[in-house]
Ligand binder design. Structure first.
Ligand SMILES: C[S@@+](CC[C@H](N)C(=O)[O-])C[C@H]1O[C@@H](n2cnc3c(N)ncnc32)[C@H](O)[C@@H]1O
Length: 378
């Protein structure tokens, strides 16, 4: 079993990265790219058709990120002031990246971690709009488009990229789209707290690949929350409970409000593994209870989240739902129930309860998303 400190980024699987062969990621004959701006460095992904997605390379030192999107949006992204700010030093690594039987590598706590602690933060090395379209000869099987995007990243970032694994069958998927699909996490760049004056399409979703955060494995009873802070353009990992040395640090890849069968089917389809986490491994009778609770939480949030005039829900009912959310370790949902609950109390004139729940919501969001949670700035 190999053990490497997470702060020694880029050292665990160096044998997989052959810098001489990776320098030219795309053979000259397949290269459809052309530089269209030097400062900022913007490269069109495919010169053969108008409106092709482009690659924006953000300054090494601050970001060393390739942002893949359509040119109009990249022009705005390039102007975001966040790129001239340092992402901040990540905390001293409280974990090691280690081989975990049946899961590949994962994060293991090296010391006791307190609930509410920031475990790690970093900028993505690859960020892309999910719905990008590229030419039909630039497929997942040959990976040309994605390889072209990596070309102008620093060697250190490319090395970090190639150290990550692909869960996709190599016969069907080039290793580069395989790594992206296996490791990307959701990044929200329009949560009302955009780092620039330009808000991109809020209905479009983006994904980011992180050298270290992408090592976090999944659990339906996660011990940590992955949060993307658009303000600093960093992915962050927050401990949602106390974690003991030697315990695995996990996040969720699936909505926790879904029942067990749905979660497992989703993970098998999108991430190629059968989840056997503590929430999935429980006996059927307990799983039924857990499913029922999750469905109630899901329905409640649906009733409260997207409406200006939520129904009046008795405090006792909300307290019961909070208890279930805590028991299922659904700590983001727990914070949301508190927040929407406080709004219900405000709407129906229950001022004392509204103030109390708003304070509890603030402290719950601080724990799972930190001081700069966009929920706290509302
Ligand atoms: C984002 S990566 C996580 C890091 C990865 N384990 C590694 O070695 O770099 C996602 C992949 O890790 C594996 N994985 C994550 N959570 C798992 C779990 N609970 N059980 C089994 N495999 C898991 C799956 O292969 C999944 O496609």
């Amino acid at each position: 079993m190999t053990e490497t400190r997470a702060s020694e980024r880029g050292r665990y699987l160096t044998t997989q990265f052959d810098s001489s062969s990776e320098v030219r990621l795309v053979p000259r004959s397949a290269d459809t790219t052309r530089i269209i701006s030097e400062d900022p460095l913007v490269v069109i992904g495919d010169t053969r058709y108008e409106g092709a997605p482009c690659f924006l390379y953000l300054p090494p030192g601050q970001a060393d990120t390739v942002f893949v999107d359509y040119l109009d949006n990249l022009r705005a992204v390039a102007r975001w002031p966040v790129w001239s700010h340092s992402p901040g030093t990540p905390p001293e690594a409280a974990f090691s990246i280690r081989e975990i039987p049946g899961k590949g590598k994962g994060m293991i706590a090296r010391r006791a971690i307190k609930g509410g602690e920031l475990i790690w933060s970093e900028r993505p090395i690859y960020a892309a709009r999910r719905t990008l379209t590229c030419a039909s000869d630039q497929t997942d099987a040959n990976g040309i488009f994605y390889r072209a995007a990596l070309q102008k990243l620093s060697a250190a970032s490319r090395r970090a990229f190639f150290e990550l694994g692909s869960a996709y069958p190599q016969s069907e998927f080039d290793v580069v789209p395989g790594i992206l699909n296996t490791n990307c996490l959701e990044i929200s760049i329009s949560d009302g707290d955009s780092p620039g004056d330009h808000d991109p399409d809020p209905h479009d979703s983006f994904a980011g690949l992180f050298p270290t955060l992408s090592r976090a494995n999944h659990s339906c009873r996660p011990s940590a929350n992955y949060y993307f802070s658009v303000r600093s353009f960093t992915g962050q990992l927050w401990a949602t409970e106390d974690i003991s040395p030697g315990e695995e640090i996990t996040i969720t890849y699936t909505p926790l409000t879904a029942p067990r069968m749905e979660r497992r089917a989703f993970l098998a389809r999108t991430r190629f593994f059968l989840c056997s986490c503590p929430a999935c491994a429980i006996p059927t009778s307990q799983a039924e209870t857990s499913d029922r609770r999750r469905i109630v939480i899901c329905e409640l949030l649906a009733r409260l989240q997207h409406t200006q005039y939520p129904p009046r829900i008795p405090k006792e009912e909300l307290e019961q739902i909070l208890e279930w959310a805590a028991a299922e370790r659904m700590m983001v949902e727990y914070a949301k129930v508190l927040l929407f609950g406080s709004q219900v109390f405000t709407l129906y004139g229950e001022r004392e309860a509204a103030a109390e729940w708003a304070a509890r919501a603030r402290s719950a969001f601080r724990m799972v998303e930190g001081e700069w949670s966009h929920h706290l700035s509302r």
